[in-house]
Design a protein around this ligand. Structure first.
Ligand SMILES: Nc1nc2c(ncn2[C@@H]2O[C@H](COP(=O)(O)OP(=O)(O)OP(=O)(O)O)[C@@H](O)[C@H]2O)c(=O)[nH]1
Ligand SMILES: [Mg+2]
Length: 502
């Protein structure tokens, strides 16, 4: 069959007119070239925008690193408080249980020290040994009356990780008695607590009505012991016993003893605030404040991931992911898989660790460990392009009552540390409350500390990268909010400039 040739109408329309003159042809081609140029430019711009959007849509990833008790989880809580306050509030009930565990645990550590004092009274001390004061009959009676609190601790811990034993980095029975409250970050501990306390809604909306019997009993027992706990903590003899206990055990090379010492000293530092607020936190209607939650100690095991949507200035809100890790030595191998693809590391170096040893290894000074850890992180090839944000933490600690923390102030001989506080610094610390004094530390000492970490960052970084330092006190929510605000703005700017939008 024959007919008209099958010509595409669009091709037909685009064909040059049949009677086109050479000048018309010339100007048509010129117009076509210009149109093509414009079209290519538009394509290029669209591609660039697509790539930029792809990059901008990628969440900003931050990894919190540092040794145990350096303040990583406290920094994360600040992120939550600032960026998802509703979720933070919804967890009040869960945190109340953690605060109660903190109180019970610190009381138990004091009772342990009193028990040591009683045992020591039956033996003859060495010529240089600090000697325990004799316990009064009132103190002995107090100790007996507070023993049932151990059941409260066991009950709360038992509910913390249902179906499994509460985790601990320590193993023997004795050590178990001084073990820290810790749960694996993948364990649904908050759900477990919620079930235990059955109060997630009521903690937000009003009084609890449906609390399980065992947890109610635990709270009532805590409330009933409140006066005795206050009396114990305020007894000057107890302070003396704790001071002698610390000095004695510091000089002993017995592993368990040293472990207990550092447990007492390191942990009570974090728990003192609750010992000073026993009446308030054991009240039957107690609801934790934001401040309480920031100070409540719950050791992290494993790595946990937290998602936020943050808005910097008039920018489009952006996804952020913050990773919190367990800082104990045995948990550090789990960090490495997270090194890849991080935008920034926030490293927390605690300033309050000159005279402390690691809870998990009493032969290691905390400051030395922190410096070695910083070196390892700075020189890691996986992190060579990652920005470093250093929080020199505890700089301004105004949140502890004066005097009561004085027992932890003695700076004793530190052998083999990479950075040694000067005589002036040591005198300064030993004269005043350790925690309270940090806000008044000689500025040249702080500058030295900053210089030390900065030098390592410069010396061990394989490539040029962002490096920012802040003096922080992450239990101070206002100050931390300002710092996290500037970290956010800085990372947003950095991300934008990487995606060439600015
Ligand atoms: N006063 C004061 N206490 C702090 C500060 N930072 C942390 N703490 C306390 O120190 C304790 C330990 O803090 P965390 O944030 O749990 O420490 P971490 O680094 O997460 O420790 P791990 O989970 O064991 O790795 C808590 O009781 C905190 O309240 C600070 O800046 N000032
Ligand atoms: Mg933690």
């Amino acid at each position: 069959m024959t007919g008209a040739p099958d010509i595409d109408p669009l091709t037909l329309a685009l064909q040059p007119p049949a009677n086109e003159t050479p000048q018309e042809r010339e100007s048509r081609l010129l117009l076509e070239r210009e149109a093509k140029k414009r079209s290519d430019l538009i394509d290029q711009e669209l591609n660039r925008q697509r790539n930029a959007e792809k990059k901008a849509a990628k969440p900003v990833k931050i990894l919190l690193l540092g040794q145990s008790e350096s303040g990583k989880s406290t920094t994360l809580k600040n992120f939550q408080l600032i960026n998802s306050p509703k979720a933070f509030k919804a967890e009040l009930g869960s945190w109340r249980a953690v605060v109660h565990l903190n109180v019970v645990r610190s009381i138990r550590l004091i009772l342990n020290a009193l028990a040591e004092a009683e045992i020591a009274a039956t033996t003859t001390p060495g010529p240089d040994d600090p000697v325990y004061p004799a316990l009064t009959s009132e103190l002995r009676a107090l100790k007996m009356r507070l023993l049932p609190l151990q059941q409260v601790e066991a009950a709360l811990l038992g509910k913390l990780t249902p179906g499994s034993k509460p985790r601990s980095t320590e193993s023997s029975d004795d050590q178990q008695s001084s073990a820290e409250v810790s749960v694996h970050s993948t364990a649904p501990w908050k759900n477990a607590f919620s079930r235990l306390m059955n109060n997630v809604r009521s903690s937000v909306d009003g009084p609890e009505t449906n609390e399980p019997q065992d947890s109610k009993e635990a709270r009532q027992l805590l409330h009933a012991c409140s006066e005795d706990m206050i009396r114990l903590w305020n007894d000057p003899l107890v302070k003396e016993v704790l001071e002698v206990h610390r000095l004695r055990l510091q000089d002993m090379a017995v592993s368990y003893a040293s472990r207990l010492t550092c447990s007492v000293s390191n942990c009570l530092v974090g728990l003192v605030s609750f010992l000073d607020s026993i009446e308030r936190v054991t009240d039957l209607s107690y609801q934790p404040t934001d401040d309480d939650i920031l100070k409540a100690r719950l050791k992290t095991l494993g790595v946990s991931e937290h998602h936020f949507t943050l808005k910097a200035g008039n920018m489009v809100p952006q996804g952020w992911v913050v990773f919190d890790v367990g800082g104990a030595r045995s948990l550090r191998a789990a960090w490495v898989p997270y090194f890849d693809d991080m935008d920034a590391i926030i490293f927390l170096a605690p300033l309050s660790c000159f005279d402390q040893v690691l809870a998990e290894d009493e032969s290691v000074n905390r400051l030395e460990d922190s410096i070695l850890l910083w070196k390892m992180i700075v020189s890691s090839p996986l992190l060579k392009n990652t920005s470093l944000i250093l929080f020199l933490n505890n700089y301004s600690s105004t949140d502890h009552s004066k005097g009561k923390t004085r027992i932890w102030t003695k700076v004793r001989g530190i052998r083999g540390v990479l950075w040694r506080p000067s005589e002036r610094f040591r005198t300064h610390l030993s004269m005043s409350s350790f925690l309270c004094s940090l806000s008044k530390l000689p500025t040249d000492e702080l500058a030295d500390m900053k210089k030390k970490f900065t030098m390592i960052a410069k010396q061990f970084s394989q490539e040029a990268r962002g490096f920012y330092t802040y003096f922080t006190s992450v239990t101070d929510s206002q100050a931390t909010s300002d710092i996290l605000g500037s970290v956010r703005d800085m990372l947003v700017r950095q991300n934008l400039s990487r995606s060439r939008l600015v």
